[in-house]
Design a protein around this ligand. Structure first.
Ligand code: AHR
Length: 492
């Protein structure tokens, strides 16, 4: 039996709802088919955007959605994607599958999607192959008012009032697909481009600089030293593979306990990354004004057999549910520095919350975790003390339990728990400072099958159920977690 103690922090820390952000990219079937079916489609849609997907996503209270990439962003020329669809430029999506991109989903369509989802847009600008002028004009087109060529053009294209755009990324992975730059060079480019990402018309932009690839600490050091005073956020990208080997990442389903263990172990590496990058940032920004924006995270497996390798389509199983829960708990824990996170990608690609096939749609286990965990959005992080039992496999050891607690504005305490072990249950006794006569209820996501997943024919193989194994005894909450499970409890 592990003991857990929960109490408020002396200084309040808020879990930003933006930690629950998502990422949409012109990659595979994310935009086309996933969101965009066109106004003439037989699939029910609103202005070309499929209704079933919007309806499912609205349930998650998605706070922010990043677009159009990823690597795609640094090859995207926004002017190709506005105006009458029949006149829009066609191009090849050279990064992702070599397929035609007809630009039917552009700025207006993305911002309409955000309206339907009631979410904030996060636009990723093109620094790698676009000009400063192009970036400046995009911001002007979207956010300015009055008399200017860009504003007039927007109005001609049917949008009279400017949009409000808060989040703007000045390049993506500029150490790789966004131009293979050195940090010193990118820092200067960032300063130049960011200068022209202007606040028009009372719209205040939160500028996000391209941050490091995984453990590239030098990148963080140089960017913070040279440009932190001109940025609000610095991105961080880290994906979980099963093997840790990029060329052979492991399958999304059909794995055993070894791959289960290694995937969860690789996921836990996220904490070391946050801590070490934060430490560097602390030198230049002890107030933690600049946020770490983990705008790409999640699992990345081998593509599903028989699918276009450039589409990165993968299934999503109970293992992904654990990966989601572990990461979200870590982001909560470090919410003083982690101001936003965007799982990749929202539909039909890597660790997606939804998969579609023609008119069919299925919610993945990751969807269910986001739905269960959404109670933490904008809640106050609580101080949680516990020593997890060990989860051992061969010579390797990781903690068995991942946990996090918060209190919402109504006073309800939520405790999210993941039992990482594929075979052992865990008993917990939880004491909560100031809470006597608690009542407890909750939900669980679990299965006896490690790669349990939802398919179009069996969409509810894995879905949350009411959790029966939590009770209050002598003031403490006793919890029995089955192996391989994700649980969220509400304590009042
Ligand atoms: O998510 C797929 C790709 O991974 C993104 O386009 C890129 O930013 C990252 O390398």
């Amino acid at each position: 039996m592990s003991e857990m103690k929960i109490r408020p922090f002396p200084e309040k820390k808020t879990i930003s709802k933006h930690i629950y952000g998502h990422f949409s990219e012109h990659l595979g079937r994310c935009i086309y088919e996933g969101f965009w079916v066109g106004e003439d489609s037989e699939i029910p849609n609103t202005d070309g955007i499929r209704n079933d997907v919007v309806e499912a996503l609205k349930q998650l209270n998605i706070p922010v959605l990043r677009w159009p990439g990823g690597c795609f962003a640094d090859e995207y020329h926004w002017k190709d994607g506005v105006g009458p669809k029949s006149e829009r430029a066609r191009m090849i999506n050279t990064h992702w599958g070599g397929v035609e991109e007809n630009n039917h989903f552009g700025t207006h369509e993305f911002l309409r999607l955000c309206e339907l989802l009631e979410t904030e847009p996060y636009i990723s600008g093109n620094l790698g192959s676009g000009t400063v002028r192009e970036m400046q004009e995009w911001v002007e087109y979207m956010t300015n008012d009055g008399e200017s060529p860009m504003v007039n053009w927007r109005k001609e294209n049917g949008k009279k009032e400017p949009w409000k755009i808060k989040y703007f990324g000045v390049g993506n992975e500029n150490w790789g697909c966004g131009g293979n730059m050195r940090p010193e060079y990118y820092a200067d480019e960032y300063r130049r481009y960011a200068t022209y990402v202007r606040n028009y018309n009372g719209n205040e932009i939160y500028k996000i600089a391209c941050g490091p690839n995984v453990e590239d600490y030098k990148w963080t050091e140089v960017l913070m030293r040279e440009a932190s005073c001109r940025m609000h956020g610095l991105s961080l990208h880290y994906y979980t593979t099963a093997t840790g080997v990029w060329k052979k990442k492991g399958p999304a389903t059909g794995f055993g306990s070894n791959e289960w263990f290694s995937t969860l172990k690789n996921t836990l590496y996220m904490e070391e990354l946050i801590q070490k990058h934060s430490k560097i940032m602390d030198k230049y920004d002890p107030e933690k004004r600049v946020g770490i924006i983990i705008d790409e995270w999640g699992t990345w497996y081998d593509v599903e057999p028989g699918t276009n390798p450039g589409f990165l389509y993968q299934q999503n199983s109970l293992r992904d549910a654990l990966v989601a829960g572990i990461n979200l708990n870590l982001f909560h824990k470090h919410c003083d520095r982690v101001h936003m996170a965007n799982i990749a990608q929202i539909v039909n690609v890597l660790q997606s919350v939804l998969l579609t096939d023609g008119e069919k749609m299925v919610k993945t286990p990751t969807y269910h975790v986001f739905n269960m965990f959404k109670v933490h959005q904008d809640a106050e992080l609580l101080d949680l003390h516990f020593e997890s039992q060990e989860y051992r496999l061969g010579n390797e050891v990781i903690p068995q339990i991942s946990a996090s607690a918060s209190q919402n504005a109504e006073g309800t305490i939520h405790l999210s728990l993941c039992n990482l072990s594929h075979k052992d249950s865990a008993e917990l006794s939880v004491s909560i400072e100031g809470l006597t006569n608690a009542t407890v209820h909750g939900q669980i996501l679990t299965s006896d099958t490690l790669d349990a997943h939802n398919t179009f024919d069996a969409p509810d193989t894995l879905s949350p159920e009411i959790f029966q194994d939590a009770s209050v005894r002598s003031g403490n909450v006793h919890v029995a977690l089955p192996p391989a499970s994700v649980v969220v409890l509400a304590l009042t």
